[in-house]
Design a binder for this molecule. Structure first.
Ligand code: ARG
Length: 481
């Protein structure tokens, strides 16, 4: 006799089922009895925000159903019906014609109820060896993996925009600041590439977080797994996940990957905010280093002349909210006993909100960079202010054998003398005056002084000069080609 391919088939008739005629709205209603209080329903529901997991929920369910069939827990005809039903629902969602049943508590129940309505009994088998606890954990993991990939692409795009600007106008000499006081001369490209470095670390952080996220918790059930012989690895493989969680308790109560991702988003928001702040300053009349394109500024309702960098301000302003979501997540988790508790439903509010904020900020940052104009003339006009070459002069004395501390004092005295005499730059100080303070100095010092000379003279790797900028640009074009 041909062996049935269906092993483990549960002893229930597929025809007569206790709930098939008067189907309750909610799957757990048989136990609770009374219909819920409307306020309680409103209080407990998450469909209004977790509908965003619909695609992941369906993908997870399809993989789960394939597995149930492979291990013989459902018939091939059940699988066919489930496939058809879920794919139909997915199509309707993607086409924007799916109406979510607001009476359902969450996306998992809404989709399951819809499936049962569309295909009947096979739909009632889908939840075999599964709980919403492992289901939601899977859905969020799948959602986070896709979100990480989106963020990775956006970071890459922003890096490209910054690199392109550095390639185009990177040679402009400008002051670098410490304590917001003029410090040493650098090339504009060097500063732009500083942001590219930050974004690179953000990408690495995401890649690392992705490794711990792309693991399947499905099959952990409510908390302790299942007595049915399911194949968790098959589900993971089908979903393109790199493995399965090892402990069912941890699997349903772990939201570390959400915290990690929102931390990565917080770091990205912080980087974007620092950049935004920098460019807000640079676009002021006081600095006048660059001009933000008209379409990324707004006017004032009262002052006719205004061009405000509102987009940059909102990038900065929304950063606090992202940090807030990180703290909300950590706090939501810290008091929970093992394993799943409903507190965890709130993770999605924070996750989605943090993601949306950073996602939009990254998107708008790209055209802001692409359309910004560096005010070369204005930067050059005031480049002589602030004694940017003072450190280079001290280092010149070091090359003449003067100990650095002594050289530092000598140049400090020269700067003080310039200020006393009302001279704006060190080259304005007559050579004989300089030699009074440091006899080692000769006429060739004029090749050392001035911001242009300094940026050509930087020796150390990673410095703000010409050689180093070309090296950095070469490195980035290798990575970004
Ligand atoms: N909506 C819930 C959440 O987002 C799904 C899991 C509910 N599980 C439960 N046993 N009540 O966390």
């Amino acid at each position: 006799m041909k062996k049935s391919r269906v092993k483990n088939q549960p002893p229930i008739s597929s025809k007569v089922e206790p709930f098939s005629t008067a189907a309750p709205v909610k799957s757990w209603q048989a136990r609770i009895g009374k219909a819920a209080d409307p306020l309680a329903e409103k209080f407990v529901e998450s469909l209004s925000f977790d509908y965003r997991l619909a695609e992941q929920d369906i993908r997870g369910s399809l993989a789960h159903a394939e597995m149930l069939r492979a291990v013989g827990l459902i018939y091939i005809s059940d699988l066919a019906a489930i496939r058809e039903g879920l794919n139909g629902i997915l199509n309707d969602i993607q086409a924007g014609r799916f109406r979510f049943d607001k009476r359902q508590e969450d996306i998992h129940m809404a989709l399951e109820a819809e499936l049962i309505q569309r295909v009947g009994d096979p739909g009632r088998k889908l939840h075999t060896a599964r709980s919403r606890n492992d289901q939601v954990a899977l859905d969020i993991r799948l959602w986070c993996v896709a979100a990480i990939d989106t963020m990775e692409q956006r970071l890459f795009d922003l890096q490209n925009a910054l690199i392109a600007l550095a390639r185009q106008d990177g040679e402009v000499v400008m002051p670098a600041y410490t304590h917001l006081q003029r410090a040493q001369p650098i090339l504009f490209g060097h500063e732009l590439l500083a942001y590219v470095e930050m974004l690179q670390r953000d990408r690495e952080r995401l890649a690392d977080c992705r490794k711990r996220t792309n693991i399947s918790p499905l099959g952990s059930g409510a908390v302790a797994g299942s007595t049915l012989a399911i194949d968790r690895l098959q589900v993971a493989r089908q979903l393109g996940m790199k493995g399965i969680t090892a402990n069912s308790i941890d699997a349903v109560s772990d939201r570390d990957f959400v915290v990690e991702f929102v931390f990565a988003l917080s770091m990205m928001a912080m980087h974007l905010s620092r950049w935004a702040e920098q460019w807000i300053l640079y676009s002021s009349i006081e600095f006048d280093f660059l001009r933000i394109a008209d379409q990324f500024t707004t006017g004032s309702s009262m002052m006719p002349q205004k061009r405000n960098p509102d987009m940059l301000e909102l990038i900065r302003g929304r950063t606090g909210g992202v940090y807030g979501h990180l703290v909300a997540l950590l706090t939501m988790l810290k008091g929970q006993p093992l394993a799943y508790n409903r507190d965890m439903q709130e993770d999605k509010r924070s996750l989605f909100a943090a993601f949306d904020a950073v996602d939009l900020s990254l998107q708008i940052a790209v055209p802001i960079v692409q359309t910004a104009v560096i005010n070369k003339i204005s930067i050059a006009r005031r480049l002589d202010e602030g004694f940017l070459d003072a450190t280079a002069l001290a280092e010149y004395l070091v090359r003449k054998g003067v100990p650095f501390r002594t050289a530092h004092q000598i140049v400090g005295a020269m700067v003080a003398q310039c200020e006393k005499l009302g001279l704006k730059k060190l080259t304005d100080l007559p050579l004989n005056e300089m030699r009074k303070l440091a006899p080692e100095i000769s006429a060739e010092v004029l090749d050392v002084l001035g911001a242009d000379h300094v940026v050509a003279a930087y020796q150390s790797s990673g410095a703000g000069g010409r050689k180093q900028l070309s090296a950095q640009l070469r490195r980035w074009s290798d990575r970004h080609s």
